[in-house]
Design a protein around this ligand. Structure first.
Ligand code: BMA
Length: 832
């Protein structure tokens, strides 16, 4: 708890003589943002060009090679406190902290917090607080030189420093190695004792019956009998006086307390709460939470310290009991196996101080809007802010958290072993309060890298992190938070004698699709749990136009090329287009078709994997978001605009999914029911020509129990087209379920009629409504209102209409839009 924030009056200056810095920065103290970082400070001072625009990034490499000093003054009035601490919630990264030129502490881990006793160095009146941040490169390269280089997927030394790996660049991110006081900093005065850590282990037992307000009916439907919640609070105190203390915990009007005798600094207090309402993930019930307060008292009963959070009662386990198919990987929450409809989360901005609560809330809204139920916080990023997990808790969004190791071998020598242990213990403790957090993972792709990326020869017997993943981290999670499962890696198959990316066991990543293979190959995999798979597309046009001055924009114009970081990215995009879609004739067509292809790839994958519900119990799409404007695998671009993939995800991740899948060489209808209610009704399947002429039709009964899947084979008259390039199947299951389409040929092989349609544009509150009635087939009709105004958004995309059908699009915009422009290219797009 920081009692007096020190967020004002900071300046930053380059330490003389460390690295050649531009002349206008030498010997200058610039106003500095705290919390913040040097890149945003330099930008605010107008001393650098925005690294997110054009190729400015390449001229800013000196920032990460410079040492920086942040300085402020604090007016100090002594009191009768026993202790005064300078509390740093997060320093990025290699820090020496001084008060009045006296060193009070050092830090070398961005992922830890620090507390330095400064009582003896503070003077009445003005005091100077300074944080010197040494070049992260120099630190990392120094350790690399000392220990010898280790395999790494990128040519940057991020594995030799405990700092956000992707700050050194990634295949979707800029290299902007920064420094700063990235979390709150302040003074904490205290006497007698304080709460050092509070670690609530929250469990619940009982039948799982709730109050029946669950949207999917689970809460109400599950047997009678009250749930009993239990909070076991592990408290550590720091003392300035050796007196008996009392720890009191209160939740839902139940209070329990325990004495911490003199000479001791830990205690456990347990609170049992009758008749609790459980915390349920989205789609299964309400995410009920309860305020929990812990107070620390001196022998006279005076409150010395107070801590409060909101906790949720739920259980979580991982079912990995071997079965006929191998080793499942099923997340079980409140005894209910969950099919994970997930996305991978990367830092929402390369500069953490820009990730405001508003931006997080917007991104989470977008995730929920796409029917997502889990975010995986990927290991090359950050342990996210309290705001992040608190939002997830409040929305019932599940969170999987990687420990921060990604795509490289990591040394287990000192100082890293000690840093990793301290960081893990702190983060496991901090995040133990959050019901949304349901799974810890040891690393991203490092065990896979050791197996398949030629590391073993390079390593020649040296440490590479396996000790963290198989020993240290599971021990820490087991000791500090046994209420949550831990899995050593993403991917990981559950046993050392298995290949870590074995589809039949545990979790898997599929990257041969995208890197080398066509996306239809997703259908050759039925993984038990797919933790990464993705397909690229450029960001929204308005995003490109904000970030790039290229005239004209072309797939390979300089700015476009700089904002494509993936190895061979453009060739892979082209390969995908060639296999499926008509050749683009200009940039606007290329932009639409590549975005469409991304959406098609992921929709095909998700629908295929969900159609194998039971064997497969989850998909986590790579990736929800971006940290700057870039061509990437994201569904939402760096400026927060939704790509067509977002709309495809919303469809593919719907609670009730109707899809057509190949089974035994012929299309079949598959109905996936991810709700607690049975899905009963009629489904109609029609074989129809592109002109809308019906060739065959069948109606079948769909009867899908809760949380299951049913496959309905189709009669031959439906599965055999007269002319594959001119026909499709349309499967419909009535109100509330999106229809499913099955084309017998790739779009590039179809002779499409030139799109013809009638349209009306009508002004509505906050925007316009566009009604389009097809005269010919309109394939994957998508409007790009951001081409008319950067803040304009549309509610639907990728709509295929047959002749005579109508679709309505509502476009929201801050200004009146040119209605006529909405229905012509490049705002209005179809494959034909
Ligand atoms: C996996 C991820 C990321 C990467 C993505 C796309 O390796 O874990 O590291 O960005 O693939 O290449």
């Amino acid at each position: 708890m920081i009692q007096q924030n020190l967020h004002d009056g900071w300046t930053v200056r380059a330490v003389p003589g460390t690295e050649p810095v531009p002349a206008e920065i030498v010997d200058r103290s610039l106003p500095a943002g705290v919390p913040g970082c040097v890149h945003t400070d330099l930008l605010a001072a107008g001393l650098i060009d925005d690294p997110y625009l054009d190729d400015n990034e390449v001229r800013l490499g000196w920032i990460g090679r410079t040492d920086w000093t942040y300085t402020t003054t604090v007016d100090w009035r002594p009191g009768d406190d026993d202790r005064v601490d300078l509390v740093c919630a997060g320093l990025d990264t290699v820090a020496t902290v001084t008060v009045n030129d006296v060193e009070v502490g050092r830090a070398e881990n961005q992922h830890r917090s620090y507390r330095f006793d400064v009582g003896s160095v503070l003077r009445p009146g003005e005091n100077t607080v300074a944080v010197r941040l040494d070049s992260a490169y120099r630190y990392a390269e120094g350790h690399r030189d000392r220990l010898g280089d280790l395999p790494n997927a990128y040519p940057e030394p991020f594995n030799f420093i405990r700092k956000t790996a992707c700050n050194f660049g990634w295949d979707w991110g800029p290299t902007v190695v920064t420094a700063g006081i990235w979390q709150p900093i302040g003074l904490h005065r205290w006497s007698t004792a304080r709460l050092a850590t509070v670690r609530p282990l929250v469990t619940v037992t009982g039948a799982g019956a709730g109050d029946g307000d669950g949207d999917a009916g689970v809460e109400g439907a599950r047997g009678a009998g009250a749930d009993v919640g239990r909070v076991e609070l592990h408290v550590a105190v720091e003392r300035a006086a050796d007196v008996p203390l009392t720890v009191r915990a209160t939740i839902a009007d139940v209070t329990a307390e325990v004495t911490v005798p003199a000479g001791q600094d830990t205690a456990v207090v347990a609170v049992t709460v009758p008749d609790v309402r459980r915390w349920w993930p989205r789609g299964y019930g309400e995410p009920h939470r309860y305020p929990l307060t812990v107070t620390l008292h001196d022998p006279a009963g005076t409150v010395l310290d107070e801590w409060s959070r909101r906790v949720g009662f739920r259980t979580v386990t991982l079912d990995t009991t071997p079965d006929a198919h191998g080793t499942p990987f099923t997340l079980v929450v409140n005894d209910l196996p969950i099919f994970v409809r997930g996305v991978n989360w990367i830092p929402a901005d390369a500069f953490a101080d820009r990730v405001t609560p508003d931006r997080l809330a917007h991104r989470f809204d977008q995730a929920i809007g796409a029917n997502i139920n889990l975010l995986r916080v990927w290991g090359g990023g950050r342990y996210e802010s309290e705001d992040f997990y608190d939002l997830a808790d409040s929305l019932g969004l599940l969170v999987q958290q990687d420990f921060l190791f990604a795509c490289a071998a990591y040394p287990e020598e000192e100082p890293f072993a000690t840093e990793v242990a301290a960081e893990a213990a702190e983060q496991v403790t901090r995040l133990s309060t959050h019901p949304s957090l349901v799974l810890w993972t040891g690393n991203n792709e490092n065990i896979w890298g050791w197996h398949d990326w030629g590391w073993q020869e390079q390593l020649a017997g040296r440490t590479w992190g396996l000790g963290y993943y198989l020993d240290l981290l599971p021990r820490i999670v087991g000791e500090l938070d046994p209420t949550r499962p831990y899995w050593p890696g993403s991917p990981w198959s559950g046993r050392e004698d298995l290949h870590p990316n074995d589809p039949a066991h545990g979790t898997m990543h599929i990257w041969d699709v995208w890197n080398t293979d066509d996306y239809t190959r997703y259908r050759e995999y039925v993984p038990r749990f797919l933790a990464e798979f993705g397909y690229q597309a450029p960001p929204a046009y308005a995003t490109l136009r904000r970030a790039l001055t290229d005239q004209p924009l072309a797939p390979d114009s300089p700015g476009m090329a700089h904002h494509q970081k993936a190895a061979d990215g453009d060739r892979k995009l082209q390969r995908g287009l060639d296999a499926h879609l008509p050749a683009p004739t200009d940039f606007d067509r290329w932009h639409y078709l590549t975005q469409l292809n991304q959406a098609r790839a992921i929709q095909l994958g998700v629908e295929h994997f969900r159609s194998h519900r039971g064997v497969c119990m989850g998909t986590i799409v790579w990736q929800l978001n971006d940290c700057w404007p870039v061509t990437s695998w994201s569904a939402i671009d760096g400026d927060g605009r939704r790509k067509p993939l977002w709309y495809a995800l919303r469809r593919a991740y719907a609670d009730r999914l109707l899809t057509v899948q190949p089974r035994d060489g012929a299309p079949a209808v598959v109905a996936v029911n991810d709700t607690g209610q049975p899905w009963r009704g009629a489904a109609t399947v029609t074989r129809v020509t592109l002109d809308g002429e019906i060739r065959a039709k069948t109606t079948t009964e769909v009867d899908v129990p809760a949380y299951s899947v049913v496959t309905v084979p189709l009669p031959a008259e439906l599965t055999r087209p007269d002319r594959a390039t001119a026909e499709l199947l349309v499967a419909e299951a009535g109100e509330g379920v999106d229809r499913a389409l099955w084309f017998f040929a790739e779009d590039r092989d179809v002779t499409w009629p030139t799109a013809d349609f009638d349209s009306t544009v009508e002004r509505v509150h906050g925007g316009v409504r566009v009604r389009v009635t097809a005269r010919t087939v309109l394939r994957d009709l998508t409007l790009y209102p951001d081409r008319l105004h950067p803040d304009a958004e549309v509610d639907e995309a990728l709509v295929t209409l047959l002749p005579g059908e109508t679709a309505t699009f509502t476009v929201h915009a801050p200004v009146p839009l040119d209605g006529a422009a909405l229905t012509i290219r490049p705002t209005f797009n179809t494959v034909n």
